[in-house]
Design a protein around this ligand. Structure first.
Ligand code: GLU
Length: 372
């Protein structure tokens, strides 16, 4: 078997608090420098990498001289705000040594649940990747309340991986991966090298492993892998202390636990889009546009749209009709109904002149378009 990262072009790497902060003793700049070196090398291999980094609260506590994690939420939030500065400083200066810029992105659960914000986050991340920048993501701990929290960065990593349609999510932690039981207590426990993400048996193993270090224990990672798999993304859980772990995984070596996603999941995601979302409006396409989206799997551009009906916002699901009124596709639209009215039949190069800004050249990106 080869590593699930071997053929991956777009990779989300999540690093946990204990690795980033040297078990809470303060920012581990040597470790951060090592990941930066490896990620810079992955970029040379023409791969795109997004980092999800924990450690804001742990580093904030260190900077504030707090030895115990505060139970008051506002104190945790304050610590996160202080510590996030350190994280970003550490990443920016480490990547700068390899000629790479970083970008700070702080997300909340709402940013993923709201379709408009979901599309905005997605577009910004894609733009940053196109600019060769390394996005460094964390939860926006300072503003989240219990109800709108993702809660742990394993889950956040899975959400981000689905958001940008990554090929693989690599969760780096302070453990080697998943065991069938707790190796400290059960001599028969064996290491799980490869399994199907979402297999319920894994949850029982992770629960039994008693690995409850930090916010995301092994169970959280298994559940994150299950969530990532729903977006078609496979997950690797591996030790961040393993030398050159990212490069070796990318070279095909199997390190840690590989949890494979069903390749049909992406199609399933589109099916969900087709079946379950309320349609807010309709676009009528000319024959040329109908043909290229159907035959060549292309995005829908404003120039191919002859009419627009309904009231909708950016991020709504709209249906695409052929000139003779047959439904041919559905998708998440990048412009509101009002904006669409103004740019339809126009080349994308004119969007900026007409609206005064441009969100995307496509009206519906092909990744967000389901053919019916
Ligand atoms: N967002 C939190 C932090 O940066 C970490 C959440 C987690 O441990 O998963 O401190």
């Amino acid at each position: 078997m080869r590593s699930l990262a071997a053929a991956a072009r777009r990779i989300v790497v999540k690093v946990g608090s204990s690795l980033v902060t040297n078990e809470g003793r303060g920012l581990d700049l040597a470790a951060i420098g090592e990941w930066a070196r490896q990620i810079a090398e992955l970029k040379v291999q023409d791969r795109e990498v997004v980092l999800v980094s924990s450690g804001a609260i742990a580093e904030g506590m260190q900077r504030l001289g707090w030895t115990r994690r505060p139970s008051a939420v506002h104190e945790q939030q304050a610590a996160a705000a202080v510590g996030q500065m350190g994280l970003i400083q550490g990443y920016e200066s480490s990547f700068a040594q390899f000629g790479l810029h970083t970008a700070q992105i702080l997300l909340t659960h709402d940013d993923m649940a709201d379709r408009k914000r979901y599309l905005n986050a997605r577009t910004t991340l894609r733009t940053l990747l196109g600019l060769n920048v390394i996005p460094v993501i964390n939860e926006n701990d300072t503003v989240v309340t219990e109800e709108i929290k993702v809660g742990d960065n394993d889950t956040l990593g899975a959400l981000v991986a689905s958001l940008i349609e990554a090929d693989v999510l690599i969760i780096l932690t302070d453990q080697a991966g998943l065991y069938t039981g707790d190796p400290r207590r059960d001599p028969a426990a064996t290491f799980v090298q490869h399994a199907k993400a979402g297999d319920p048996a894994l949850e029982a193993m992770a629960g039994g492993a008693g690995s409850d270090l930090g916010k995301g224990g092994m169970l959280t990672k298994i559940l994150a892998a299950k969530r990532a798999a729903r977006g078609g993304v496979s997950t690797i859980i591996a030790s961040g202390r393993e030398p050159s772990v990212l490069l070796r995984l990318a070279a095909g070596e199997v390190i840690g636990t590989h949890l494979q996603a069903d390749p049909l999941s992406l199609a399933a995601r589109k099916q969900w889009l087709a079946d379950h979302v309320q349609v807010r409006g309709t676009l009528t396409l000319d024959d040329g546009a109908a043909r290229v989206i159907r035959r060549d799997g292309k995005s829908l551009l404003p120039i191919g749209v002859v009419a627009c009906h309904g009231e909708f916002e950016r991020g709504a699901v709209v249906t695409c009709l052929s000139v003779d009124g047959k439904e041919i596709a559905r998708g998440l639209v990048n412009y509101s109904a009002q904006e669409t009215q103004r740019i339809l039949r126009k080349p994308s190069s004119e969007i900026e002149a007409i609206l005064g800004y441009v969100e995307e050249p496509e009206l519906i990106h092909r990744d967000n378009l389901v053919l019916l």
